[in-house]
Ligand binder design. Structure first.
Ligand SMILES: Nc1ncnc2c1ncn2[C@@H]1O[C@H](COP(=O)(O)OP(=O)(O)O)[C@@H](O)[C@H]1O
Ligand SMILES: [Mg+2]
Length: 234
């Protein structure tokens, strides 16, 4: 075995180990979540101060369980990045589905969506679900970068042998010195962030032979650009 192969084996082993651990934690966690839910129903109408305190604590527990579940979900998505499938897909359609799903979130955050999707995009060979995850990551990040609302532009177009997708927000922007850091595993500037969204996205896009890049200006906004190769027959 070459040193590279050894290193690869070691990483695969660690990935499987950590993935297994995350799965093992998830089952008891969902039992806890379910019982908290049942307890909550039992205490639906608190009468004394003591009972109200109990209900408040139940609320805190439920919130923290939710947070742990989010961390595990993000982690498992990152750890399972290596099992991508390839199918012919029109990226604008995939984007459309994600935008529709996130519609209520945009409204709630007072984010105005401007979608410019090329309906005649050539096909790409991608893993639809994985790419949905990537778009979801970028769009949720964009919403979070605009706490007071703003404008979100989502655009798809063909550029030579590539399909290009741009997600542009008018949010807080990313300071120059952090432009590299944001791609690191577990790097997050948000209190409840996991720091896995961008590294997972990069990994998925690169595994599909594409690229992802970012330009940003502090205080003005941020644009993420994804390029995916057009399928050979298109
Ligand atoms: N559109 C954006 N505008 C400003 N900052 C962003 C944007 N997208 C990502 N970031 C920064 O990159 C960090 C890492 O993002 P991500 O990997 O998705 O992790 P998380 O969202 O859990 O913090 C975020 O905490 C945030 O500071
Ligand atoms: Mg994120």
């Amino acid at each position: 075995m070459t040193p590279d192969e050894k290193q690869g084996n070691r990483l695969a082993f660690l990935g499987a180990l950590a993935g297994g651990l995350a799965h093992e934690i998830r089952n008891p966690l969902s039992t806890i979540a379910m019982n908290l839910q049942l307890l909550n129903e039992d205490w639906e109408n608190p009468e004394t101060e003591r009972e109200r305190r109990t209900v408040r604590k139940l609320g805190i527990l439920a919130k923290e369980v939710k947070r742990l579940e989010n961390i595990l979900d993000d982690f498992l998505r990152f750890a399972s990045g290596h099992r991508l499938t390839r199918e012919s897909a029109q990226v604008s359609e995939v984007l459309e589905e994600v935008l529709e799903f996130l519609g209520p979130k945009f409204a709630q955050a007072e984010v105005e969506l401007r979608a410019m999707l090329d309906e005649d995009l050539p096909l790409t060979r991608i893993d639809r679900n994985a790419m949905k995850q990537v778009f979801m990551n970028l769009l949720v990040n964009a919403i979070q970068a605009m706490p007071g609302g703003g404008e979100l532009m989502v655009r798809s177009r063909r550029d030579g042998c590539d399909v290009v997708i741009e997600v542009t927000d008018t949010g807080e922007g990313i300071p120059e010195e952090l432009m590299e850091k944001i791609w690191q595993i577990y790097y997050s500037r948000r209190r409840t962030g996991t720091g896995l969204g961008l590294p997972t996205s990069r990994r998925i896009v690169e595994e599909l032979d594409g690229s992802i890049s970012v330009v940003s200006e502090k205080g003005k906004g941020t644009r993420f650009t994804i390029r995916l190769p057009v399928a050979a027959s298109s």
